[in-house]
Design a protein around this ligand. Structure first.
Ligand code: SF4
Ligand code: SF4
Length: 159
């Protein structure tokens, strides 16, 4: 899923800065679900105000969400995290197979997890591809399991 034809132009983050809100960054004690104080959140502005790469936390330098790694055929443009309010991150593939995916959900938009195409896509990962999917929304963590009435993923509250 993540392998790309080298002739395909790689996506760019553009105005998206959602990983700077939703993910925690341990080395700078940045909490999950809250904007990093180093992030310029204004539209059209650079996200990180810590411009020089060597001053950015290592986690930030290496992070690429699944949308950024994918082509439009794999994950559609409107799933860009700032539009969907979800950042998807995959584990490193083992023998070409992704084992687990984390859906970081914006605590300001928890209903993003109920959008039908999100429900269908995540439930397919669980039920058809055997991928472990976890949703994190602020301080809450859910394991995503079966689909109820074709419209809602049944969550198990982990903590
Ligand atoms: S969430 Fe993805 S697309 Fe958005 S800024 Fe982070 S890496 Fe880029
Ligand atoms: S240090 Fe920069 S890249 Fe890292 S979370 Fe903060 S604003 Fe984003």
């Amino acid at each position: 899923m993540l392998e790309q034809d080298e002739t395909v132009i790689k996506r760019r983050c553009g105005d998206c800065k959602m990983c700077c809100k939703l993910l925690g960054v341990a080395s700078i004690k940045k909490e999950r679900g809250k904007w990093c104080p180093s992030c310029d959140t204004k539209k059209g502005h650079l996200g990180c105000k810590v411009h020089t790469p060597e001053l950015q936390p290592q986690e930030c330098q290496t992070f690429e969400c699944l949308w950024l790694q994918s082509t439009a055929e794999e994950i559609p443009d409107h799933w860009r995290p700032d539009k969907l309010k979800i950042v998807l991150a995959a584990s490193r593939p083992v023998e070409g197979q992704v084992q687990s995916v984390v859906a970081w959900v914006d605590p300001a938009y928890p209903r993003a997890l109920r959008i039908p195409e999100v429900v269908n896509t995540l439930s397919n990962l669980v039920t058809q591809q055997g991928i472990d999917v976890t949703a994190i929304c602020g301080s809450r963590t859910f394991k995503l399991g079966e689909v109820k009435d074709n419209r809602e993923i049944v969550p198990t509250d982990v903590h």
